[in-house]
Design a protein around this ligand. Structure first.
Ligand code: ZN
Length: 270
C-alpha cells in the first residue's frame, strides 16, 4: 500500500514535468474507483494550467486555480508517465493529457483509490479533520503529549490515527516505536513528555529516511519506463518476528493490535 513516503516521492517525481502545463484532455476508462470519478472532471479541468502539486497526508492535491483535483492511491494505485502512443493496460483507468504531449496515467488494480474535485480543499470532508503533517513543526512533543493524555488506546494506535497525525502507517509506526524505545501496546496516556519527544523525533527521522530512499530512485523513474520503484525500508523490527534484534540480539516479537501486526524488541522497548 502506498504510504506517505511513496506519495511524497510520487509528488516530487511528477512536479517538474507537470507544473505549469495546461491540461488538454482526460480519458476515464473506468470511473468506478472507491468513489465514482466526477462526470464533469474533464469539463472543469480542460484548458487550465496546473499551478501547484501539493500533498496532505496521503492525498495528492493538483491545484488548477479554480479548484483542486484530489487523488488518493488507495491500496494499489500508482501514477506514472506513459510513453508516446503507449497503449493502456487492463488496470490503467485514467489518463491526463497535457499540452506538451505528456500523459499522466493512473493504474489501480484494486480500485480503492480516488480521483475527486473540490473548489474548497480546506473544507473537504476527507481533509478537514486531518491532524498535522508529521514533518512540520506543528507535530512536536507538546502536541503529541497533549493528544496522548486524552486517549485510552495503545500508543501505536494513537500515532496511526490520522486525526492525531497523518501518514504514520503500520510499518512506520512499528519502526518509530522501536527507535523511541517504547512498546507498541503501552497505554498512550502513560507516556511521559520525554517519551513523546523521543517518539516525535523517531517518526520524523523514519519518514524522512524513507522519502530520501524514494527520492534516490527518481532518476530511474523519470528516465526509463516511468514506473515508480516502490522502495523497501531497511526495517529494524517490522516483519522480523523471531529474528534477532539488530541492536541486542533478542528475538523480535509480534503481537496483533487492532487487527494489524505490531513488531517490537522486548529488551530495547520497555
Ligand atoms: Zn533489541
Amino acid at each position: 500500500m502506498p504510504e506517505l513516503p511513496e506519495v511524497e516521492t510520487t509528488r516530487q517525481g511528477l512536479l517538474p514535468r507537470l507544473q505549469g502545463r495546461t491540461l488538454r484532455r482526460i480519458v476515464v476508462r473506468n470511473p468506478h474507483l472507491r468513489w465514482p470519478v466526477p462526470d464533469d472532471l474533464e469539463a472543469r479541468l480542460t484548458g487550465l494550467p496546473l499551478q501547484a502539486l501539493d500533498r496532505r497526508g496521503k492525498y495528492l492535491l493538483f491545484g488548477f486555480g479554480t479548484g483542486t483535483q484530489i487523488v488518493h492511491l488507495g491500496m494499489s494505485g500508482s501514477l506514472r508517465f506513459a510513453g508516446p502512443g503507449e497503449p493502456a493496460a487492463l488496470h490503467d483507468h485514467i489518463d491526463w493529457l497535457f499540452d506538451d504531449g505528456t500523459t499522466l496515467r493512473l493504474r489501480d488494480p484494486r480500485r480503492f483509490g480516488a480521483v475527486l474535485w473540490t473548489d474548497d480543499v480546506a473544507q473537504h470532508p476527507l481533509l478537514a479533520h486531518l491532524g498535522p503533517e508529521p514533518l512540520t513543526s506543528g507535530f512536536d512533543a507538546s502536541y503529541l503529549h497533549a493528544q496522548c493524555q486524552r486517549r485510552t488506546a495503545a500508543i501505536k494506535q494513537v500515532v496511526m490515527d490520522a486525526q492525531v497525525v497523518v501518514g504514520v502507517g503500520n510499518i512506520y509506526a512499528s519502526e518509530s516505536l522501536f527507535h523511541a524505545g517504547i512498546r507498541p501496546a503501552t497505554a498512550a496516556r502513560r507516556l511521559s513528555r520525554p517519551a513523546c519527544a523521543r517518539l516525535v523525533e523517531a517518526i520524523k527521522r523514519v519518514l524522512a529516511a524513507a522519502i530520501a530512499a524514494g527520492g534516490s530512485s527518481l532518476r530511474d523513474y523519470v528516465a526509463s519506463d516511468g514506473e515508480l520503484g516502490y522502495f523497501q525500508l531497511q526495517t529494524r523490527v517490522y516483519d522480523r518476528e523471531g529474528l534477532p534484534c539488530k541492536i541486542c540480539n533478542t528475538p523480535i516479537r509480534r503481537i496483533v493490535q487492532g487487527q494489524r501486526a505490531s513488531f517490537f524488541c522486548p529488551a530495547c522497548q520497555r
